[in-house]
Design a protein. Structure first.
Length: 323
C-alpha cells in the first residue's frame, strides 16, 4: 500500500499533503481567492504557481500530492512537475474520478463540474489519468461519494476497481455532505471476492464539521488510511474569517489560525494525512506549522465547542460562491 511509504518518511510534515484544487482551475469556492490569485488566472500562470507550490512543498517534507479529474488541469500540472523532476521518486500521488470538469476555464460558468459514478465514466477517466501519470499514480478515489451513490452498490464497477487494485493501484473514495458517516460505513461493507475493496477514505473534517469522526475512526480500525480534506473549511478557519476561539489560540501560540485548524485534525489518532489547499507559498509555509503545534486540553475544548450541525455546515458550504 503506497501510504506505507509515508510512514518511513522522517520529516515532521509527512502527514500534511498538498491538494491542487485551489490552483488547478481559475474558479473555486475557497474564501479569499481574489486576493490570493489576482486577476491573471491563465493556464500557464496557474501551471507556474502549481509547480512553485509543489517545489516548496517537497522541499519542506511534504510527500503526498492530491488532484482530481474535475480540478481543471490539476492532474496535468502535477504530471508535468513529476516529468520535469525524474529524481523525485519518494512521493505518493492520489487522484479522483467521478466528476467531469465543465467550466471551460471560466470562473462564471453555469456548471463547474458534473457528477457521474458509472462504469463508463470510470473507464474514460481512468484512461485519461493513466495517459498523464503512467505508473506514477498510486491512489485512485471515487470522488464525493454520498450514501445514495451507485458506486456503493455497482458490482460491475467494483469488479473493475478490484482489477485495478490487483495491478497495484490502491482504490479509495472521498465523501461529501452531511451524511458522510453513512457513506463511509457503507463503503467499509463493500467487498470483492471476500476482500475489502477500499483501502483509503478521504473526508471533510474540521473544527466546524466533526460529524464524520466516529466513522473515520472505524475506517482507521478497519485498516483504511484516512485522508482529511477541507481542514480549514474552505477558508472559514483562516485568518480574517476564523472564529474568535481560533484567533485567540493562534495568538497564544504565535502561529496562524490556519496552523491551529490543521493541528486539530492532525491530533486525531485516525488521521493519516491532512491536506493543505494553499494557493500561495506563504500560505503553504503557514499551513506546515501545524506539524509542530501542541494544543493543550483547554485549547482543544475551545475548538471542540465550535462544531456546527452537519446540515447547517453543508448548507452554508453550498452557498459559497465560486471566485
Amino acid at each position: 500500500m503506497p501510504f506505507a511509504r509515508l510512514a518511513t518518511a522522517t520529516t515532521p510534515t509527512r502527514r500534511i499533503g498538498l491538494g491542487l484544487a485551489a490552483v488547478g482551475r481559475p474558479g473555486y469556492i475557497n474564501l479569499g481567492r481574489d486576493h490570493d490569485l489576482g486577476e491573471d488566472r491563465g493556464v500557464e500562470t496557474l501551471r507556474a504557481r502549481a509547480h512553485e507550490l509543489l517545489d516548496a512543498a517537497h522541499a519542506q517534507g511534504v510527500r503526498y500530492f492530491d488532484v482530481a479529474r474535475s480540478y481543471g488541469r490539476s492532474e496535468e500540472f502535477l504530471a508535468d512537475w513529476l516529468h520535469g523532476r525524474p529524481d523525485v521518486d519518494d512521493v505518493v500521488i492520489g487522484s479522483k474520478w467521478g466528476y467531469t470538469y465543465t467550466a471551460g476555464w471560466r470562473v462564471d460558468a453555469e456548471a463547474h463540474e458534473v457528477k457521474d459514478h458509472g462504469v463508463g465514466t470510470y473507464e474514460r477517466q481512468r484512461a485519461e489519468s493513466a495517459e498523464l501519470f503512467g505508473d506514477r499514480l498510486d491512489l485512485y478515489q471515487i470522488h464525493s461519494v454520498t450514501p445514495d451513490s451507485p458506486a456503493l452498490t455497482d458490482k460491475e464497477l467494483h469488479a473493475r476497481l478490484a482489477d485495478a487494485a490487483a495491478q497495484g493501484l490502491s482504490v479509495g473514495l472521498s465523501t461529501s455532505g452531511p451524511a458522510q458517516s453513512d457513506a463511509i460505513r457503507a463503503a467499509l461493507a463493500v467487498t470483492v471476492g471476500g476482500e475489502p475493496l477500499f483501502r483509503t477514505v478521504q473526508a471533510t473534517y474540521n473544527a466546524l464539521e466533526t460529524s464524520a469522526g466516529p466513522a473515520l475512526a472505524e475506517a482507521h480500525a478497519a485498516g483504511l488510511a484516512v485522508i482529511v480534506k477541507e481542514g480549514m473549511a474552505n477558508g472559514r478557519l483562516a485568518a480574517g474569517h476564523a472564529p474568535g476561539a481560533v484567533r485567540d489560540i493562534a495568538e497564544e501560540t504565535g502561529l496562524g489560525a490556519d496552523a491551529i485548524a490543521l493541528a486539530l485534525v492532525l491530533r486525531q489518532p485516525w488521521t493519516a494525512v491532512v491536506l493543505s489547499g494553499a494557493a500561495t507559498v506563504d500560505q503553504l509555509a503557514s499551513n506546515l506549522h501545524a506539524a509542530v503545534v501542541d494544543l493543550d486540553e483547554d485549547q482543544v475544548a475551545r475548538l471542540d465547542a465550535l462544531a456546527e450541525e452537519p446540515a447547517a455546515y453543508w448548507e452554508r458550504r453550498a452557498r459559497l460562491p465560486w471566485h
